[in-house]
Design a protein around this ligand. Structure first.
Ligand code: ZN
Length: 176
């Protein structure tokens, strides 16, 4: 168990397409301990999701867990804990929704991002069992944000209106 350093925008690993894992790899001790490290790091940083590339490991795995209360996002509907490997994402609507997103790899900032309201995600769980989930609303945004990390994308890339980027302090002062 260890809290790892979260790498920041500018680190090349955040721009790589991460490698898929085999079922054998997913079940290995190395990957189990990677997941524990990701979980510890996410909790220490107060995140609601983390992807392996954010701790400089270029593998297709991410964890998402919405707590009931988040320092960064306020009151949320809590979610199950999702441990995701090798996801395939399909939009289920062309309808978009916007949220102010933040990212452990882009500290101090927030930006307004529009994404599909509902998506289907096929993935392997921590037991290497195939799963399908169809998140909607804020959870759909969180999935898309985290899974973007596995394909070399950051939320910053998806901001259409750059006037809607703010430091957290100014956001608290002027937007809430
Ligand atoms: Zn992020």
């Amino acid at each position: 168990m260890a809290i790892k350093q979260v790498i920041r925008m500018g680190h090349p690993v955040l721009r790589q397409i991460a490698k898929e894992l085999t079922k054998e790899e997913i079940l290995s001790e190395e990957i189990k301990s990677l997941i524990v490290d990701m979980q510890d790091t996410m909790e220490a940083e107060g995140g609601i999701g983390i992807a392996a590339p954010q701790i400089a490991v270029s593998l297709q795995t991410a964890i998402i867990e919405l707590p009931e209360n988040s320092e960064r996002y306020g009151t949320l509907d809590s979610s199950a804990k999702y441990i995701i490997f090798n996801p395939k994402i399909t939009p289920l609507t062309s309808e978009l929704q916007g949220f102010w997103e933040g990212c452990l790899s882009v500290p101090g900032l927030r930006g307004f991002v529009e994404r599909e309201k509902k998506v289907r995600i096929e993935y392997l769980d921590e037991n290497a069992v195939e799963q399908v989930i169809e998140p909607e609303g804020f959870l759909a945004t969180v999935f898309q944000h985290e899974l973007d990390h596995l394909f070399g994308k950051l939320y910053i890339d998806r901001i259409k209106d750059t006037t809607l980027i703010s430091y957290n302090e100014e956001f608290e002062q002027f937007n809430s």
